[in-house]
Design a protein around this ligand. Structure first.
Ligand code: GDP
Ligand code: IMO
Ligand code: MG
Length: 421
């Protein structure tokens, strides 16, 4: 048995939650492999909107188990609030959810450090979600972190105090105000809640299930262009958001990777700072933002909007080994007379198909192809052949340019609002 992977190919918010929720019945296990509550994955359950930050998007089904994997960073207070939100929908969350003992804990002081570091960066700030992600992963790689398994050990409190003291010493160097006490109270309540959860060895948990013939879907958070290694550094998150992150985030061997499902919007968005070559600063960008409801699921910030960027997508497809593409929010473009796609960057006066190293210093101009819009409502379409010719042309164009089959087109936020490609 293999592990299929579903991940974002842009700067996050591609609609991963919705697509995982749709595909989940094909799997026995859904596992998050990286990131933490910086993610906001939106699902609809019985007409109600549910935004998940830590919990995998398979949680709505009763015969699927959900794992918060080793590669994640977990905020106990945030996870407790999320568990309560899901439990309020009469979902037996504690039965369906497992947490890997090697996942790292986001401490209250990690969140404060995130704020202090961002404030110190001034106009060069990353636009972090301020959930403590960067400082927690920094402590992990510096071998100072605390892990989920540690909360069951006798010396947890001592180790917590030592980490806190170290962080407070760092914070003395910053002119940054904070109030630790309420964060700490919520943290320890969250720790009590975590102690009631099913804590497992994530690698054995998954590999034993694979051996038994069970099917696993790894759910990515963020997107390829936010990857710590291959994204638009330093304007990235602090984890491996790409297919390789599945192996080191879940303890899955590379040869076990099966289908890699890459998700892209029919246009492009970014929330936070950093380069965005196809960004639209005009009324077209505003129109996409309004029609697409492009406001962050985690922080509520307006998302920056622009046209689809094919050099960036080709790069993401290459890095991840994408075997099939899902195009989301196609409905948002339905009223446009014409649609554009960025097809190359102009670097030193020449068209280049590749993403340059210094994207954050020198934003290249982009060469576009303009196409006719389909200008019709897609809500009754369920197969590509039912759709207007102009949309079929757009899909054929993307498949030719990207050399990957588009297997699904999403045309609305609900589970069934899909066109089979
Ligand atoms: P994720 O982080 O990749 O899971 O995406 P988010 O949940 O942050 O953002 C995607 C937003 O678009 C959510 O509000 C979804 O409900 C919504 N959405 C997803 N797919 C579609 C679609 O095909 N059409 C429309 N109109 N909305 C969609
Ligand atoms: P999902 O899973 C969009 C962005 C932040 C910031 C940068 C670093 O919902 O697609 P961090 O808090 O990780 O230190 O922030 O990454 N970012 C996201 N943008 N979707 C996300 O997750 C994101 N998670 C982080 O806005 O620019
Ligand atoms: Mg999101």
């Amino acid at each position: 048995m293999t592990v299929d992977v579903l991940l974002g190919l842009q700067w996050g918010d591609e609609g991963k939650g919705k697509i995982v929720d749709y595909l989940a019945p094909n799997y026995d296990v859904i596992a998050r492999f990286q990131g933490g509550p910086n993610a906001g994955h939106t699902l609809y359950y019985e007409g109600q909107k549910l935004v998940l930050h830590h919990i995998p998007s398979g949680i709505l089904y009763d015969n699927i188990v959900n794992l918060l994997g080793n590669g994640m960073v977990i905020d106990p207070a945030g996870l407790q609030a999320e568990i309560e939100k899901v439990a309020a929908l009469a979902i037996p969350i504690l039965e369906r959810m497992f947490i890997a003992q090697k996942a790292h804990l986001i401490l209250p002081t990690h969140k404060i450090l995130d704020g202090a570091y961002e404030a110190a960066k001034g106009k060069n700030k990353i636009g972090s979600t301020l959930r403590g992600i960067g400082p927690t992963y920094s402590d992990k790689t510096a071998r100072n972190g605390l892990r989920i398994g540690d909360i069951l050990m006798d010396d947890f409190q001592v180790r917590y105090e030592a980490a806190k003291t170290k962080h407070l010493r760092i914070l003395e160097q910053y002119d940054y105000e904070f109030d630790l006490a309420p964060l700490e109270t919520a943290f320890f309540e969250g720790i009590e809640c975590l102690r009631k959860c099913q804590i497992v060895d994530g690698a054995y948990f998954l590999n034993e299930r694979l051996t038994k013939g069970q099917k696993i879907l790894a759910e990515g958070a963020q997107g390829t262009l936010l990857d710590i290694n291959f994204g638009t550094y330093p304007y990235v998150t602090s984890s491996s958001t790409t297919t390789s992150g599945v192996c080191n985030g879940l303890g899955i061997a590379p040869q076990r990777i099966g289908e890699v499902i890459g998700i892209s919007k029919a246009y492009c968005t970014r929330v936070g700072g950093g380069p965005f070559p196809t960004e639209l600063h005009d009324e077209v960008g505003e129109r996409i933002r309004q029609l697409g409801g492009e406001f962050g699921a985690t922080t509520g910030r307006p998302r920056r909007c622009g046209w689809i960027d094919l050099p960036a997508l080709r790069y993401a497809i290459m890095i991840n080994g994408v075997t099939q593409l899902v195009l989301t929010k196609v409905d948002i473009l339905s009223s446009f007379e014409t649609i554009q796609a960025g097809i190359a960057y102009e670097i030193d006066g020449k068209a280049s198909p590749n993403m340059p190293y210094d994207l954050d210093r020198q934003l290249p101009s982009v060469l576009y192809k303009e196409m006719e819009g389909w200008q019709s409502d897609l809500s009754s379409c369920r197969a590509l052949t039912d759709t207007p010719q102009a949309l079929q042309n757009y899909i054929e164009f993307l498949e030719r340019e990207l050399q990957v089959k588009i297997t699904l087109l999403s045309i609305g936020p609900n589970r069934e609002e899909l066109i089979i490609g």
